[in-house]
Write a protein of this length. Structure first.
Length: 122
């Protein structure tokens, strides 16, 4: 599987030796969030506008997953000790189909028109 954002186009917080694997993972998550419509249609068949939004979403989602890896990989739903608790700000994240990402990433994907649940057959 190739990524929608080539590693050489990525710039962000992820160490160089992890970029390719994290971008592939981000693309799989983006495919889930878009109900595999990119796979079905083909990335090259998206409009230039859609391609740019998907690339930006991949970059931001990969960064989000890298920066929040410990929290996202934890089986805990909440945590509290001695009256101190921690939880995600629900206005800044979304979870759809088991994929947790930032509201910013999902907002970009929504602009592509590829996330609409009511589309039949893409």
């Amino acid at each position: 599987m190739s990524t929608y954002l080539p590693p050489e186009e990525y710039s962000g917080a992820i160490p160089a030796e992890e970029v390719e694997a994290r971008l592939k993972r981000a693309c799989r998550d983006i495919d889930s969030l878009t109900f595999n419509r990119i796979v079905e249609k083909g990335f090259e068949n998206l409009t230039e506008f859609q391609q740019e939004l998907v690339k930006e979403a991949v970059k931001l989602h990969a960064d989000f997953c890298y920066e929040n890896a410990e929290l996202l990989d934890s089986p805990l739903a909440s945590y509290a000790i001695n009256g101190v608790s921690m939880s995600f700000d629900k206005s800044k994240i979304v979870t759809i189909g088991g994929v947790t990402t930032s509201s910013e990433v999902y907002g970009l994907l929504m602009q592509t028109g590829l996330c609409c649940r009511s589309l039949a057959g893409g």
